[in-house]
Ligand binder design. Structure first.
Ligand SMILES: [Zn+2]
Length: 428
């Protein structure tokens, strides 16, 4: 239902289309679309062509991404339908020129005036719809990458870059994983995908990682519980395993999450329709608060965990990882990385406990990291592991190929040992 809520028409006046600057910008985008290298993705990747798996998945229907784009095309919703300057009036090369502050300055002002970032990006996507070859979802991602600098919150961006230094936009992560695995023969037809994410609704926004990965691979088996830990366990994983296509492949993505609000506070997120930020991940921050509260006890009853099996597991496993937190740069960032450690260990222990995995698939790949929920500018993902193990027992580290150098985390976490614990190979 949250997706439907977000599909509402943008908050503009009835019948009012995008401002002249937005329409002129659409022209600039159209001109630049002929030169993909001009599109600087968050880590320098050019957009994928319209023939990729994302395009097929979006065409397949049902994706919230498509609905969101369609919402922007509704009459009065801001989609470009006549009026405004001709797209052909914008010259190639104008995009770079305008970055100096001319047209883009006007765009930035319009974006600042509109708090609904999705609305703005959807309007831009719809404006591009008539001229750019690609799906509505692709248009959304391209517009977001091009314009996020004009409407993000600088404190949030600074916090993210400080504590999650090589985080990537969700779309770039999805494409990087898909490109690397595509070269290893993974397709949406021969691959069964599972994800282990926290059930918090902020993780299921259209155009963010959960939706993008599911769209990329077609279906998703849900292994995750609170904080993104794979609480489905051995029984859940075996059920998933037995659904694998014959001689097929398995992809698993696991990721605890953390919000960063507009003030740059880690572990906090302003949710739609609310006026105050709340915790994200509530399960991880809640466990931390329960352990560290003044006079906090150790028994289940003292922590109120008697009927709270998943939270109890998080508390029990987080407690021994907290020594050392005082040397970290941010307590909740530290807690989030420890939650990642707990999720990874539970995931890999589960895999190690199933001896017949390769009777059901010929290769299994695991991507792990931390999802970062942002109020503006798109959600990010800090990759921390990406490995594949084949039926013949060969374990291949795919991290650098997909994401580049690993992040430097010693300062963030307060010691080399803590950084090593997060970044060490899983050894499964
Ligand atoms: Zn959560």
């Amino acid at each position: 239902m949250a997706a439907a809520r977000r599909c509402r028409a943008p908050r503009r006046g009835p019948g009012r289309g995008p401002g002249p600057a937005l329409l002129a910008l659409a022209g600039a985008l159209a001109a630049a679309a002929a030169r993909p290298a001009a599109w600087s993705a968050s880590r320098g990747r050019a957009p994928r062509s319209g023939t990729g798996r994302v395009a097929r998945a979006a065409k397949g229907g049902g994706a919230a991404a498509v609905q969101e784009g369609l919402a922007a095309r509704r009459p009065g919703s801001g989609g470009r339908r006549g009026g405004g300057p001709s797209l052909q009036q914008v010259r190639p090369g104008q995009l770079e020129y305008d970055r100096q502050g001319g047209l883009f300055g006007a765009i930035a002002n319009e974006m600042k005036a509109d708090e609904a970032r999705r609305t703005v990006v959807a309007v831009l996507g719809a404006a591009l719809g008539g001229v750019f070859v690609g799906t509505l979802g692709q248009q959304y991602q391209i517009a977001q990458k091009a314009f996020r600098r004009f409407y993000i919150s600088p404190p949030a961006e600074r916090s993210m870059n400080a504590f999650f230094p090589t985080a990537l936009l969700a779309d770039d992560v999805n494409r990087a994983v898909s490109d690397v695995l595509g070269k290893r023969g993974y397709t949406s037809q021969n691959t069964l995908y599972a994800q282990s994410m926290c059930p918090d609704e902020i993780n299921s926004k259209a155009q963010e990682l959960v939706a993008l990965m599911q769209g990329e691979w077609g279906e998703a088996f849900a292994l995750g519980g609170l904080a993104g830990l794979p609480f489905a366990g051995k029984s859940g994983f075996e059920a998933f395993l037995h659904h694998t296509p014959v001689d097929g492949k398995i992809l698993i993505c696991f990721a605890p999450h953390v919000g960063i609000n507009a003030d740059g506070v880690v572990g906090s997120h302003l949710r739609e329709g609310q006026v105050k930020s709340s915790t994200a991940c509530g399960a991880a921050v809640g466990a931390f608060n329960a352990i560290t509260k003044p006079g906090g006890g150790n028994s289940d009853n003292d922590l109120g965990l008697a009927y709270d099996a998943q939270e109890k597991y998080i508390v029990e496993n987080l407690r021994p990882l907290l020594p050392g937190i005082e040397a970290s740069q941010d307590k909740i960032a530290y807690v989030t990385y420890q939650t990642y450690n707990i999720a990874r260990d539970l995931m890999l222990d589960t895999l190690k406990g199933i001896p017949d995995i390769y009777d059901w698939c010929d290769e299994l790949a695991v991507v792990g990291g931390i999802m970062i929920n942002r109020n503006k500018g798109g959600d990010f993902f800090q990759p921390l592991t990406f490995e594949a193990k084949s039926r013949d027992g060969v374990l291949t580290d795919l991290y650098q190929q997909a994401f580049g150098p690993r992040p430097e985390l010693a300062q963030v976490l307060g010691s080399d040992a803590k950084a090593k614990q997060v970044l060490s190979p899983g050894g499964w």
